[in-house]
Design a protein around this ligand. Structure first.
Ligand code: NAP
Length: 483
């Protein structure tokens, strides 16, 4: 079991009260390292979710000034900074990512609350300079209403920080549903919110439990005005359909299939160093990590060897050990998917540069998948078409820039992409042609709190982070005043 001062109450949080599920049902959270049961959280459903939405709707009657919201956001930053190590430990144990990386995710989360606190004035009412129709015009940014925030397991605190910071900034009460695989970091965050903030009851609510019934209730309830979801495109599509009759506003951060393009004139060492950081973070279980590495045919073998030299130094193991670089995959399904992608690639002609097909898992939890590199990947292979979500690096080759662009765009996803080249003219042409909302240029860097991030095509819509993210939960209200 996981003992922590931040998990004194492993319960849901509705209307300012810690609560169990009505019937006492629970869900067990497991450590992906060894399948140890870490804790139990309530297995809530439609009734508790409905009560949380009602509490949130009531909280709309207690609006907070910009100054108060800024104070809340700043206090969350302080609470996260003071508890980064303990939050990181909880996150590491339920997700499996190395503790040092998990504490870094807490810093990343704090950055979103800090950014919103520092930029709240963007939501002040705006007076138009012009006076059309002999009126003075004011645009107010009103809270959109109750917002539902649904998050995945791969960044247990990073993903909620993006949404919750913007919801607090907009003064929208929220109902939060974390992934059932990693709800403990969220419970720990609520412990901090409960202790550190003087929020009216119902401003923030937490429901843990089965995704389908909770999700259906959030989609069907007329008082939920915005549904902000991060997760798979498959579930995102279901939420669009389910919430259509209510004409709800959705913001969707969905799956990716990131190309990582290395041109023949690139600094190959820098491209390899960046790929190590980009690909193996979270064990390769991120929406922004390179899923298809594309290297010019003249340098592909050389690049693969440089990458192998670096990847062989990575240590796979329990994230609580200080020298671990890659933890276990989240569960058996995650492990078997990477294994299937690797076997499929080899059967269809790809060559192993590093690693081999590991045995199938006998247990249901995690499983350690070593860093693996294959060369000679083609668009017919599963690892080209689907998100692998694991430490497998599939390398394909291209002959010229146009072919690289065509190959990169050959996916229904449009989230992150990366290019490495020493030629700025080439870079600008390629960046403009890429159908991806994030293009790293000579960097494997992903999102940051200061810049908007989101997807094109079937990677979703809406933005998180930056000024754009601040406006996701407000409704502009325009008031012409005739004098
Ligand atoms: P998922 O299976 O789609 O689940 C995401 C969240 O939705 C979880 O809280 C899950 O709850 C819940 N959920 C599942 N079915 C639902 C339903 N019918 N109604 C409402 N909620 C439902 O995704 P995941 O496996 O957790 O996360 C991995 C995916 O997220 C990948 O595709 C990755 O690319 C994507 N992702 C995207 C971004 C981005 O910024 N675009 C960032 C991170 C991850 P349970 O856990 O209880 O099932």
């Amino acid at each position: 079991m996981l003992d922590s001062p931040l998990l004194k109450r492993c319960q849901g949080y509705i209307n300012g009260q810690w609560l169990d599920a009505d019937g006492g049902k629970t869900l067990t959270v497991y450590n992906p390292v060894d399948g140890d049961a870490l804790a139990q959280v309530p297995g809530m459903g439609p009734e508790e979710t409905t009560r949380a939405v009602e509490a949130a709707r009531n909280a709309l009657k207690s609006p907070a000034s910009l100054a108060k919201r800024r104070e809340w956001l700043q206090n969350i930053v302080k609470a996260l900074e003071a508890n980064r190590e303990e939050l990181g430990r909880i996150l590491c144990m339920e997700h499996g990512k190395p503790w040092k990386e998990a504490s870094g995710e807490v810093d990343y989360a704090a950055g979103f609350f800090r950014y919103c606190a520092d930029n709240l004035e963007a939501l002040e009412p705006r007076q138009l300079d012009e006076k059309p129709r002999n009126c003075s015009w004011t645009v107010h940014y009103r809270p959109a209403g109750v917002v539902a925030l649904v998050t995945p397991w791969n960044f247990p605190i990073g993903m909620i920080a993006k949404k919750l910071s913007a919801a607090i900034a907009a003064d929208c009460p929220s109902v939060i549903k974390p992934s059932s695989k990693t709800p403990l970091t969220m419970v720990a965050l609520f412990t901090l919110l409960d202790e550190a903030l003087d929020m009216p009851p119902g401003k923030v609510n937490l429901v843990t439990g089965s995704a389908g019934p909770i999700g259906d209730t959030l989609c069907d309830h007329p008082d939920v005005r915005v549904l902000s979801f991060t997760g798979s495109t498959e579930v995102g599509r279901e939420l669009i359909e389910r919430s259509a009759p209510q004409v709800k506003k959705l913001t969707l951060e969905l799956g990716g299939n990131a190309p990582y393009i290395v041109f023949q004139d690139a600094d190959l060492d820098a491209a390899a160093d960046n790929l190590i950081g980009n690909k193996f973070r979270g064990g390769g279980q991120t929406c922004v990590c390179a899923n298809r590495v594309m290297v010019h045919e003249s340098v592909a073998a050389d690049f693969a060897e440089r990458l192998k030299a670096r990847a062989s130094k990575l240590k796979v193991g329990d994230g609580l050990e200080s020298d671990t670089d890659i933890g276990p995959l989240i569960d058996r399904n995650g492990y078997e998917k990477v294994r299937r992608h690797l076997s499929d690639a080899i059967e269809k002609g790809a060559k192993l540069v590093m690693g081999d097909v590991p045995p199938s898992l006998e247990n249901d939890w995690g499983g350690f998948f070593p860093p693996t590199i294959v060369l000679g990947v083609t668009p017919q292979m599963a690892c080209w078409k689907e998100e692998t979500f694991g430490p497998l690096v599939p390398i394909a080759t291209f002959g010229d820039d146009d072919q690289a662009i065509d190959m990169a765009n050959q996916t229904e996803f449009g989230l992150a992409s990366y290019i490495f080249t020493a030629d700025d003219q080439r870079a600008q042409k390629v960046i403009a042609a890429l159908e991806f909302a994030h293009v790293g240029y000579n960097t494997g860097s992903g999102p940051t709190p200061e810049a908007p991030f989101g997807g094109m095509k079937q990677s979703g819509y809406g933005r998180e982070g930056g000024i754009e993210g601040l406006f996701e939960f407000v409704e502009p209200q325009t008031v012409p005043r005739g004098d």
